[in-house]
Design a protein around this ligand. Structure first.
Ligand code: 5GP
Length: 199
């Protein structure tokens, strides 16, 4: 369970996409959300978009590994679609916030790797948020406030990567993934292999 978190504007979506394109062994965990679909988003690809009643139902039947309120909407990681694959050793990328990260970590410390992406400076973060479109100064200010709040959780992560160059940042995140896969306890089948070598 490879978790990427960051304040919005730090480049997490780009890094996630690069990682999924470059590494066929990892799949995206598609979250469920009550927020409305944005232009350019596709049901089942970016999120599963549901109404409040459906989200409530899923909470009621314990269908989430974790869920949280983020910016006035609810987001959650559904168990149903990934549980079996996780058990079989499939790697998943989670693009979730600090609250979800905390919940997944409490559930399964062994299998969770937590990576936090930081912007190179607050000025650059503002520039990136401003360049997204035609949002009013109030909207930008709100995003900056939320970004500061998200950044304050940086110390609950195993790795922190500063995104001053997207290719360099991606390379670092990919290195973390590769190194974590090599950890002895994550290499299934190692015991019989070594027995064979020694036998
Ligand atoms: P957005 O609405 O911009 O796609 O996402 C807003 C925030 O919600 C992002 O920080 C994203 O990481 C977080 N998020 C997306 N899916 C989940 C989820 O399933 N659980 C949690 N806890 N956060 C999520």
């Amino acid at each position: 369970m490879f978790i990427l978190s960051s304040p919005s504007g730090a480049g997490k979506t780009t890094i996630s996409r690069m990682l999924l394109d470059a590494d066929s062994e990892i799949k995206l965990s598609v979250s469920v959300t009550t927020r409305p679909m944005r232009p350019g988003e596709t049901e089942g690809v970016h999120y599963h978009f549901v109404d409040d009643a459906e989200f409530d139902r899923m909470v009621g039947v314990d269908d989430f590994y974790e869920w949280a309120h983020v910016f006035g909407h609810r987001y959650g990681t559904p168990k149903g679609r990934i549980r079996g694959a996780l058990k079989q050793g499939q790697d998943f990328l989670f693009d979730i916030d600090w609250q979800g990260t905390q919940q997944l970590f409490q559930k399964d410390q062994q299998d969770v790797v937590r990576v936090f992406i930081l912007p190179p400076s607050i000025e650059e973060l503002r520039r990136r948020l401003e360049s997204r479109g035609t949002d009013s100064p109030e909207v930008i200010e709100g995003r900056m406030e939320r970004a500061r709040a998200e950044i304050s959780h940086w110390d609950a992560y195993d790795y922190v990567v500063i995104n001053d160059d997207v290719d360099a940042c991606f390379a670092k995140v990919a290195e973390i993934l590769h190194a974590e896969r090599m950890k002895r306890q994550r290499q299934t089948g190692l015991i019989p292999f070594v027995r064979e070598l020694m036998g």
